[in-house]
Design a protein around this ligand. Sequence first.
Ligand SMILES: NC(=O)c1ccc[n+]([C@@H]2O[C@H](COP(=O)([O-])OP(=O)(O)OC[C@H]3O[C@@H](n4cnc5c(N)ncnc54)[C@H](O)[C@@H]3O)[C@@H](O)[C@H]2O)c1
Ligand SMILES: [Zn+2]
Ligand SMILES: [Zn+2]
Length: 361
Amino acid sequence: MVHEVRGVVARAQGEAVTVETVLVPDPGPGEALVDIQACGVCHTDLHYREGGINDDFPFLLGHEAAGTVAAVGEGVTNVEPGDYVILNWRAVCGQCRACLRGRPWYCFNTHNATQKMSLGDGTVLSPALGIGAFAEKTLVHSGQCTKVDAAAPATAAGLLGCGVMAGLGAAINTGNVTRGDTVAVFGCGGVGDAAIAGARLAGARTIIAVDIDDQKLDWAKGMGATHTVNSSNTDAVEAIRELTDAFGVDVAIDAVGHPEVYKQAFEARDLAGTVVLVGVPNPSAKLELPMIEVFGRGGALKSSWYGDCLPSRDFPMLIDLYLQGRLDLDAFVSETIGLDDVEAAFDKMHHGGVLRSVVVF
Ligand SMILES: NC(=O)c1ccc[n+]([C@@H]2O[C@H](COP(=O)([O-])OP(=O)(O)OC[C@H]3O[C@@H](n4cnc5c(N)ncnc54)[C@H](O)[C@@H]3O)[C@@H](O)[C@H]2O)c1
Ligand SMILES: [Zn+2]
Ligand SMILES: [Zn+2]
């Protein structure tokens, strides 16, 4: 059986997204059909629409979601109909070189559904990050479903499916932030604020939030920032040095992905410190750094793909922390919207005013 649902589609580079009828097949072997309950609007959806990820238009957008398994295909054992799940884009294969070396959070051959979703005229859709959850139902690989405690509302739980997990993991997993560390986070959107929340969870003693928008900096304080710097009118590197006895921070996290911001992160870091790039750069961006500084400052320059998370390990644990009141996922939800409002949510992303808009069904 093929299900006809409404979904948000990006048809061409830079064009406004439209809500279209999407055809979703019943799950085949290894696949799961999921009724989406909530899906956050992540900056990466906008990168897709702007052609910044690849050219496989049309895209079925949305990838930060929670919902209920409606049906599973042959051979699926990890979930069953009725299970409450967060969708992930790291369904580890267990067999690639990373998995075989015991580093499944780098898995280079993650699973997606084999069958395709399409438009009414048969045009095959590319689901964003292999998910496509700005739709009433979506088809994924069963490994993309991570079962969590149903007591957590989908608006909050879904956020762990991408941006919030990426930010938390950038601090905790990639940056290895630990008790007593000093941390700076550049860009305080959903991802950056999650890095701030992660640094707080990990016991950082100083957490400096940097953004160009005072409203974002205000919210960052609520997430755990001990200090804020508006880099549109203050030299962020100087300000961070002043706040850290002139040394710089142990871990500097770039949650924007612009070369200028990366340079600030690079320079605002103490000797032997770590820079973590979690923001996704535009494909044409170039970075120039004095090589002697790369050597002389030591430490590590790392990228964080999805916060180096392992969904089966991290999602249920973080949902527990949420349910215990130790991780305020609700604070990331600025507004709940309908499927028809995704384009407007992209506008708000540019003009500030929201941390996360979350589509509810
Ligand atoms: N690595 C991953 O796995 C992963 C996962 C999800 C999202 N991302 C990426 O993370 C980035 C952030 O995503 P988001 O959803 O939080 O976006 P967002 O648009 O909500 O937030 C970006 C923030 O950066 C601020 N900003 C912009 N220019 C700045 C500058 N020059 N200096 C300081 N701050 C500046 C903005 O004011 C805003 O607060 C995006 O590039 C997104 O694609 C990466
Ligand atoms: Zn693998
Ligand atoms: Zn995302």
